[in-house]
Ligand binder design. Structure first.
Ligand SMILES: Nc1ncnc2c1ncn2[C@@H]1O[C@H](COP(=O)(O)OP(=O)(O)OP(=O)(O)O)[C@@H](O)[C@H]1O
Ligand SMILES: [Mg+2]
Length: 579
């Protein structure tokens, strides 16, 4: 995104409070206008004083008193107005910053799993915090400084031309010098600054990744190595940043030098004009006031350009995340899927992850309420097939229907409300056990929580925790054992009470005694629901109505459990090997 597009997009984020933003802009412009009064007043006072010899003391006092009084009223009034406007702009900037973060957060959570598999959460968090911070800074300085600088530039230049066009020309030359130098350096350093940003993101990504895997680092004694690798990235940040800083330092020196030269030129030219009777001392003083204002403003404007320049890559990242589209986007006019019967069909469904074919030509038709077993070697595509059912991905060919409706024609939330999933690894929020149970059913009462936990054989161990249901589990539930997490995952699905259930290795982390107990709960849970069970332990799928045997992404056999068991094919082979 170019400099100006980016700038207007940042300001565009204020749109939800458009009216207030416009009022504040106008008020700021008004306040900014007051700044020109000062040099004019100053010049007038000087003129009054320098003509003092021709007037009586009383006249001089009278005149000065009026001028100074007016000056004071305008000054104090300006300060008051300024504070009021600044206060409101600050509040708005704070509000919009949080709103921008909320918008980003919601958008990122909506992005498909495929996006998150490619983009580390550490990077996404950094982009959010940095982007929001940068926009906040730009909004604040837009109201506090940019506007008055902008106004100053567009008013001061013509005004100085009007006052004295010869002196005015000097200022215009200075403006051109500033603009040309800034643009040149920006063009020169843009690529390098983008690189710096990329390294910064890499830094956040690495740090986030290391923090998320503390156990791995400690057990494999990788501490020194991780720190060293982080240090290497930091080295790359600095190596890319230094040349950019050098260029900008050079611009600062050159523009400052140009400013000093300008002041000297104005004095010299002013003296010459005065000697030739073409200007008064007061006019030169006013003009010097103007020149100083203008130079100050130019330097400020370059400061903003500089800041925005350094923030540009980060802001671009922020907006490109916001612009990322969901791969499983909802169709306009998608219908709400009510509670379904659970008739599931796959019609010639294929999916590849990039170049890698994951499942090919899946065909099956499952009657409502059936229990389906998916078996096959690891990597056969079982989890992928189920991911297609709750639309983590859309198939490249074919379609998946529930109760005869293509799942791409219904809203994602209504689809997912109908499907409960229990994984081998139940992920957890860094919240209490009760909150982790409630994820699928936020209004569940305590009695309902206990009932579900009891069915899932989880109540006992939960009560053994220091604070029972109010115990905080560690990040990702790391203070619980794998089997405990899994039972919470099952209880969670029980509470959600969906008509379609996916159990992907849901009991694999349990010992055989607990598994037998949980199995009972699961059998109860499966009644009246279409259930897909993925299990490597074939003993757990003995009650299946239908079996799908997968291999290398294809279904190589399907049929009723008893039929397949006797058929002498792949499934019979699996059963025999399992003993
Ligand atoms: N997000 C992904 N990106 C790329 N490849 C993937 C992704 N997820 C799975 N795969 C690949 O797709 C293939 C099928 O994986 P899938 O998880 O469906 O197997 P599975 O039958 O569930 O295996 P397991 O029994 O080990 O759970 C595997 O080769 C796997 O490496
Ligand atoms: Mg799997």
């Amino acid at each position: 995104m170019s400099f100006f597009t980016l700038y207007s997009r940042v300001l565009g984020q204020l749109k939800p409070e458009r009216t207030l933003a416009i009022i504040l802009t106008l008020a700021n412009l008004g306040v900014a206008g007051l700044q020109f009064v000062e040099p004019i007043m100053f010049g007038k006072v000087v003129d009054t004083l320098s003509s003092a010899a021709r007037h009586t003391a009383e006249e001089v006092w009278h005149e000065s008193f009026h001028l100074l009084g007016l000056w004071a009223v305008i000054g104090v009034g300006g300060i008051l107005a300024n504070v009021l406007v600044a206060l409101h702009s600050d509040r708005m900037a704070h509000r919009r910053k949080l709103a921008a973060m909320a918008q980003y957060f919601e958008h990122v959570l909506e992005l498909p799993l495929a996006y998150h598999l490619d983009t580390h959460s550490g990077r996404l968090i950094k982009i959010m915090l940095q982007g929001a911070d940068n926009m906040f800074g730009i909004w604040l300085s837009f109201f506090r400084e940019h506007l008055s600088t902008f106004i100053a530039l567009i008013v001061l230049l013509p005004m100085s031309m009007f006052m004295n066009w010869r002196l005015g020309l000097v200022l215009i030359v200075l403006l051109v010098v500033f603009a040309v130098l800034s643009i040149l350096v920006m063009m020169r350093t843009e690529g390098a600054q983008r690189e710096v940003q990329e390294f910064h993101s890499e830094l956040a990504e690495r740090a986030g990744d290391a923090l998320g895997n503390v156990g791995l680092i400690q057990s494999f004694v990788r501490l020194a190595l991780e720190v060293q690798q982080l240090g290497q990235v930091m080295g790359k940040v600095l190596a890319a940043q230094y040349p950019v800083l050098t260029w900008w330092a050079m611009v600062t020196v050159l523009t400052r030098a140009a400013s000093t030269l300008t002041v000297i030129t104005i004095f010299t030219l002013g003296t010459w004009l005065f000697l030739h009777g073409q200007t008064s001392v007061g006019e030169i003083v006013s003009f010097m006031g103007f020149a100083n204002l203008l130079i100050g403003r130019l330097q400020q404007a370059m400061g903003f350009a500089n800041t925005l320049f350094f923030q540009q890559p980060g802001l671009n990242d922020f907006f490109s995340v916001l612009d990322a589209k969901s791969a499983v986007a909802e169709k306009p006019g998608a219908t709400e899927l009510g509670r379904v019967q659970g008739h599931v069909t796959f019609e010639n469904v294929s999916l590849s992850y990039g170049d890698k074919q994951a499942v090919t030509g899946l065909n099956f038709d499952i009657a409502p309420g059936s229990m389906v077993a998916l078996v096959g070697t690891t990597g056969a595509g079982k989890s992928t097939a189920m991911a297609l059912l709750h639309r983590l991905w859309d198939p490249q060919t074919g379609r998946v229907t529930i109760d005869g409706l293509d799942i791409r024609d219904v809203t994602l939330s209504s689809l997912r409300r109908n499907i409960g999933v229990v994984f081998q690894e139940s992920t957890m929020f860094y919240r209490t056990i009760a909150e982790n149970l409630q994820v699928g059913h936020p209004d569940a009462t305590e009695a309902e929580l206990i009932e579900a936990a009891t069915l899932a054989e989880a109540h006992e161990f939960i009560m053994a925790q220091p604070n029972g249901y109010q115990t905080l589990v560690g990040e990702r539930g790391r203070t619980l054992s794998g089997g405990e997490r899994q039972r919470i995952g099952i209880a969670r699905a029980l509470l959600k009470n969906p008509p379609i259930l996916i159990l992907d290795e849901a009991t694999s982390a349990l010992d055989s005694v607990t598994e037998a107990k949980v199995q009972k709960a699961l059998s109860a849970l499966m009644k009246g629901r279409t259930t897909f069970v993925i299990a490597h332990r074939l003993s757990t799928i003995r009650d299946a109505d239908w079996v799908l045997v997968m291999d290398k992404g294809r279904i190589i056999e399907q049929g009723r459990y008893d039929d397949l068991a006797k058929a002498g094919g792949a499934f019979t082979g699996l059963l025999n090997r399992a003993g």
